[in-house]
Ligand binder design. Structure first.
Ligand code: SAJ
Length: 440
């Protein structure tokens, strides 16, 4: 790409834009502004735009450094937000970080992406570089993004350049990950990838591995599908361990002493914004190719079965104590999808709550990070019949278990994360992955 934009990136005179000012786009925009570029953020949410233009951080949760960085960059007029796509007409590089959800049909929803690209195409500056950061199914650049940008005759590698640099952010570590995570930098041509690399190198201190777009699409979806399959394996071994009278936590500890083994943690479910979604994007890339893919969909099914599995443990434990699930008040400990986080997207606890209600039980939810469920745990336990630990928030390590047990009519605790040491506990402990020791 004998392109002007590469030179302008090098000189930092390139005008940049980021479409989609969420937990991916906003930190990227702030980092590029801090690197010395003039950055325009574009979003559809007027409230979010107003907050950003006041130098305030609209992203919830504890994000070290982000609020200050935003305030400084907006204050220095290096970063501003707008809803107006017309303002993109002067931009040399446009990064797109809009949501790419997966629907109940396990297929990607590209509505936000299509809207952004259709509006962008109408104003895109000749010679501009478009970079997709959103996680997309393999083949999306070729089959969805490119046709939208070429809709009115624009020519790839002449009128515009195109690449895909998937994000690797994680709530709670947005800025840290942006600076320190390696990234695949996929360009439709090697020159495009090199120009992208020079842009990201202004704030990324880790490896920037240039490649083509299909590889970048595969890397991101594969890395999360890989994790999902690994977790599903641990969950399936947990089920087997229960059935044969074993303890998966001990099994995992000893398995991982074998060279080259790294069994992940079984648990009460797999939530979040990445792991439950990206495997379906990877599978969707092969849609219609009649590959009869088994492992990745099966892993999703195993992980999605874990809240129901926890319910089964609770039901058996109650019956063991002569109680029924129907009518029982059950304390659900943890509603976020991940420990020490307030993020509840795709929360396994939400599934458990629905299952409890369907079984006629009354769920009482506690979570020290989620506003709606904050409260005094022991007070909330009073009058409950049993408790289920769904999320291993650090705070739960300090629960006075004897006093806690006194509050529960059966003193039963289902430990969905192998969090507590059952030997010393005064509770009637049932741990996921450990034989349901029937107690008289
Ligand atoms: N989980 C298990 N067992 C495990 C690990 C996780 O049940 O051994 C569950 C968690 O409880 C949670 C879900 O899986 O409900 C996802 O947990 P996660 O640790 O994978 O955290 P995420 O969803 O924030 O994953 C992100 C991903 N990062 C990006 O997409 C950029 C993932 O690729 C990373 O590996 C992960 O962060 C990380 O390890 O930081």
């Amino acid at each position: 790409m004998a392109l002007d934009v590469a030179q302008r990136i090098g000189e930092k005179s390139a005008k940049l834009a980021v479409i989609g000012l969420g937990y991916v786009g906003l930190p990227v925009a702030a980092c590029l502004a801090e690197a010395g570029f003039d950055v325009l953020g574009v979003d559809i949410n007027a409230e979010r735009i107003a907050l950003i233009n006041r130098g305030e951080n609209p992203i919830e949760g504890y994000e070290p450094g982000l609020a200050d960085l935003l305030a400084v960059q907006v204050g220095a007029s290096r970063l501003r937000a707008s809803a107006d796509y017309a303002a993109l007409k002067d931009c040399d590089v446009v990064i797109i970080a809009v949501e790419t959800p997966v629907g109940n049909d396990n297929k990607p929803g590209y509505e936000a992406m299509r809207k952004a690209l259709t509006a962008l195409e109408q104003v895109l500056k000749t010679g501009a570089l478009v970079i997709i950061e959103s996680t997309i199914a393999p083949g999306t650049i070729q089959n969805v993004i490119l046709p939208l940008l070429q809709a009115n005759g624009k020519r790839l590698n002449t009128d515009f350049y195109l690449g895909h640099c998937p994000e690797r952010v994680m709530p709670g570590r947005l800025l840290h990950n942006l600076h320190n995570m390696n990234r695949a930098v996929g360009g439709m041509t090697p020159e495009t990838a090199e120009a992208m690399k020079s842009l990201y190198a202004t704030f990324v201190k880790a490896d920037l591995d240039t490649t083509d777009c299909i590889t970048a699409e595969l890397v991101k979806t594969t890395e999360n599908a890989y994790r999902d399959v690994q977790i599903a394996f641990a969950n399936e071994v947990a089920k087997i361990s229960e059935a044969v009278g074993g303890d998966v936590w001990k099994v995992r500890e000893l398995v991982n002493k074998s060279p080259g083994r790294n069994m992940l943690l079984p648990g009460a479910g797999v939530g979040g914004h990445c792991i439950p979604k990206d495997p379906w994007l990877l599978v969707y890339g092969a849609e219609g190719k009649d590959l009869n893919l088994q492992l990745i969909p099966a892993a999703r099914a195993v992980n999605d079965s874990m809240p129901a599995h926890v319910l089964g443990l609770l039901k058996a434990a109650l019956q063991d104590s002569g109680r029924q699930l129907a009518g029982a008040r059950i304390l659900v400990m943890g509603y976020a999808y991940l420990e020490n986080s307030d993020d509840t997207r795709n929360s396994p606890s939400a599934v458990l709550v629905r299952l409890l209600q369907d079984a006629g039980a009354i769920p009482v939810v506690h979570d020290p990070f989620v506003e709606a469920y904050k409260g005094d745990l022991l007070a909330m336990a009073k009058g409950c019949d049993a408790a289920v630990l769904m999320v291993k928030h650090d705070e739960y390590a300090d629960v006075p278990l004897a006093a806690f047990g006194e509050q529960l009519s059966t003193r039963i605790l289902i430990d969905g994360r192998g969090f507590y040491n059952t030997e010393t506990s005064p509770l009637i402990h049932y741990r996921l992955g450990q034989a349901l020791a029937l107690r008289s």
